[in-house]
Each structure stands twice: as C-alpha cells, then as structure tokens.
Design a protein around this ligand. Structure first.
Ligand code: NAD
Length: 419
C-alpha cells in the first residue's frame, strides 16, 4: 500500500534528520517509531458559497503529530500546493521546535488547497468559517491551537475565533493565536520572530567574543521576519549593511538607515529604486563579508553549489530551510556557525505560546514583559544547543534536533508512550 504521509520531500527530509539525531542520542526505539508517524491526520471537505451563488468544495487538512508535552500547536496555510504529506512534515517539525524551546505544547499543522488571492474577502471569510466548523471537534484551547502561516493572517484567526466561540456558546479566545490585540492577541507578536533572530544573533556573536555593537549584518528578505530582524538589530547597535526583497538587494558598507527604509517600504512596498544605497543582486548579498548573514526569505538559497561564496562567520536561519543539509555540513567544516531554523526562527511560536497563556488567565502582559520572557527562552535554548554541539562536536542543526528529542523521549517514556 502506498504511504501518502511519506510522499513529499519535506516529510522525507524531516524523517532523515529525526533518524540521524535519534542515532546520535541513542533514542529508545519505541519512542522513535511513535515519532515517525503523526497521531492523527484529518482531511476535510469544505463547502463554500462563492459570490456567484455556486458552491465550491475545497480540501483542507489538519495533521496532529504529537501531544506528549501539551496541546497540539501549529499554523494553518492557504496555498494551492498544500498536501497531506507536506502538512505532516511541517506538523512534526512543530513537535520538535516546541520541544526544543521548552514549551508545554505538541506539534500540528494544517491548511487548505486554495489560492487565497483568487477569492474575494467574503469568500475567504466563508471558507475560514466553514473550515473551522469542520475542524471544530478536534481543535480548542485545551486540544489544538492553530495560528497564521503562509496565506493566512490575524483576520483569518479572528474569523476562526468567532466561529468556534459561536458554536461553543461563549468567548474562546485561546482557540487560536496570532489574533488582533483587540480580541486577545499578544503585544509583541508582530516583531517576535525577527526579535528572536536577533536574540540568537547576540548569543552567536558572544561565542566569538563579539558584541552586537561591533557587528555587521546582511539580511535576505525584508518581510515580516527580515524587516523586524533589521529593526531590532539596528536598535541594538549592529550595522545592517544589506537587505533584500524579491526585486533586488541594497547595500551600504557604512550601514543602512533602517528607520528610513521601513518608511520607504510602507510607501513603495518594494526596495527597487531605493535611492540612498547601492543596488546589488541577492547572490551578491549572500557573499558579503559580514559577521552575520540572516536568510529570512526562502528555503534552499544556500546550497552545495553556492555555499563556498558565503564569507559570513555566522548564519542565522530566519526563514525555514534556507541552508540545505549538504551545504550545512560544508559550512560547518569551514568553521561557519549555522544556527538552524527550529531554533533561530522560534520567536514566533514562543510569543504564540505567551498569547495562549494570557488568553487562558485573561491577564495581559506589557510589551516589555513579552520581550524579556522571549529573551530568556531564546537565550536558554541557544545555550543548550551550543553546549551539546561543543560537547559532541556536531553541527548546530543536528544538535538542535538532538536536544529536542532528548526532552521528548524522556516525556514519552514517563507517560508510557500513549501519545
Ligand atoms: P513575508 O512574505 O512577510 O516576507 C518574505 C520576504 O522575502 C519579502 O520581503 C519578499 O520580497 C522576500 N523574497 C521573496 N522572494 C525572494 C527572493 N527570490 N529573493 C529575495 N527575497 C525574496 O514572509 P515572512 O513571514 O517574513 O517569512 C519568511 C520566511 O520565514 C519563510 O520561510 C517563513 O516560513 C519563515 N518563518 C516566518 C515566521 C513568521 O513569524 N512570519 C516564523 C517562522 C518562520
């Protein structure tokens, strides 16, 4: 029988890292077998009244991988290429990320096979409400807490919250995270992933006896992650010499004026034609001689065939999977510190966790509280991974997975493997 869960390359890659990290820590075989398969995979048909009066039935997924450490948690994406196997791979990555960061949460992911740009706002709302109804028995603040991902946003979460609450008879703000502040969202969620990248950068620089204020940085991508990483790094005194988007990269060896750039992007949306810096290509950005390179746009940008152009001493993976497995090993052998995505871009899920906690107790924190709690989790997680990597002479990617698995394995054995 064919194994639809294992069809995608993404799922196979995640399983490969699970295996090799499992070997590294000599993981209990029963725990490994359990982690290889998601606990529950849900496929739903979502009927939606379109604006023309016809009904279109969309396909939606929610894969709940593991809940040993707490309720399932993970994003929902709206994208035409969403499929069960990819969602399963992403769900298992959430299990490993949440475990690594020490959060009391399991891993899940979901999505709908749809191009959100082809739907009107009212169609999107009906799709989201209908999807929420179908997922209703399986989600909830104590069971599984979705969040925004590719193609979804805080408005999507607001509609989900509203539908779920209406069907349950009372306000259930803790059913989703990434909501607008007015209906139970957390302060600091927008900047969380970029800020987390910068906290990790700070720790990585410290391992090389360097300070933020003495460092230079290049960032690929100037979206939700990259722009906030630039703002936060700049605020801590680092010199951000280059940033890019899909249209071009811009460079100023004396440091870009980030405040001005953010205003420019608000008005023009793209970097092309920014007048106060030199235009370079995205490939040139990757090869700049900087302390820190933060790829915060796409996966697979640093590969075996171009890894040797990288001159940065540290790479912080703001995006998911920007450095391929083979390039990762090459860079490690060259002495370049690559901090992997499950650690480096974990700031978003940490603040999602904070949002869920605040919703449960109906007590909300200031932005300063959120930032300082985020900092301690990112610092602590970095230290654990770095220590493992030094002790075992392994790269940071393998070490992050190993640290995550050690916590999970212990919890699974204590509970008796039921989950
Ligand atoms: P976004 O859509 O807000 O921004 C993406 C940026 O990348 C944009 O500036 C875009 O112009 C740029 N870009 C696109 N194609 C490019 C190309 N070919 N070359 C250079 N730049 C290009 O997305 P985001 O939310 O910032 O996410 C970026 C990455 O970070 C993704 O891999 C995402 O999965 C990951 N991530 C995001 C979060 C989060 O909280 N937003 C959390 C964890 C991981």
């Amino acid at each position: 029988m064919s194994d639809i869960i294992a069809e995608s390359l993404l799922y196979q890659n995640v399983m490969e890292s699970l295996h090799s990290a499992g070997e590294l820590i000599n993981i209990n075989q029963n725990a490994l077998e359990r982690l290889k398969r998601p606990r529950r995979s849900i496929i739903v048909s979502i009927p939606v009244y379109m604006d023309d009066g016809n009904i279109t039935v969309f396909r939606g997924y929610r894969v709940q991988h593991n809940q040993t450490l707490g309720p399932f948690k993970g994003g929902l994406r709206y994208h035409p290429s969403v499929n069960l196997s990819e969602v399963a791979g992403l769900a298992s990555l959430m299990t490993f990320k949440n475990s690594l960061l020490g959060l009391p949460l399991g891993g899940a992911k979901g999505g709908v096979e749809v191009n959100p740009n082809s739907l009107s706002k009212t169609e999107l709302q009906r799709l989201t409400r209908s999807f929420t109804t179908e997922l209703g028995p399986f989600i909830g603040p104590d069971k599984d807490i979705p969040a925004p991902d590719v193609g979804t946003d805080s408005q999507t979460m607001a509609w989900m919250l509203d539908t779920y609450s209406a069907e349950n008879g009372f306000a259930q703000t803790g059913v989703v995270t990434g909501k607008p502040i007015e209906i139970g969202g957390s302060m600091g969620r927008d900047s969380a992933t970029g800020l987390g990248v910068v906290y990790i950068m700070d720790k990585a620089l410290q391992t090389m006896n360097k300070k933020m204020s003495e460092s230079t940085m290049a960032i690929q991508g100037f979206g939700k992650v990259g722009m906030h990483a630039a703002i936060e790094a700049d605020a801590l005194g680092a010199k951000v010499v280059a940033v890019s988007d899909v249209t071009c990269a811009i460079y100023d060896p004396n440091g870009l004026n980030i405040k001005e750039l953010v205003e420019y992007i608000k008005e023009h949306r793209i970097l092309k034609d920014y007048p106060k810096a030199q235009q370079i290509t995205n490939d040139e950005l990757l090869s700049l001689d900087v302390d820190v390179l933060a790829p915060c746009a796409l996966d697979g940008v640093i590969r075996e065939d171009n890894a040797d152009i990288v001159k940065a001493k540290i790479i912080i993976e703001g995006a998911n999977g920007p450095v391929t497995m083979s390039a990762n090993q090459m860079l490690f052998e060259k002495g370049i510190l690559v901090v992997p995505d499950i650690l480096a871009n974990g700031g978003g899920v940490v603040v999602s966790y904070f949002e869920w906690v605040q919703d449960i107790v109906w007590l909300f924190w200031t932005e300063e509280e959120v930032r300082s709690k985020l900092q301690s989790i990112m610092y602590r997680s970095f230290d654990k991974v770095f220590e493992f990597s030094q002790k075992n002479q392994k790269n940071m990617r393998a070490s992050a997975m190993a640290v995550s698995l050690m916590r999970l394995e212990k919890a699974m054995l204590l509970r008796g493997l039921a989950w």
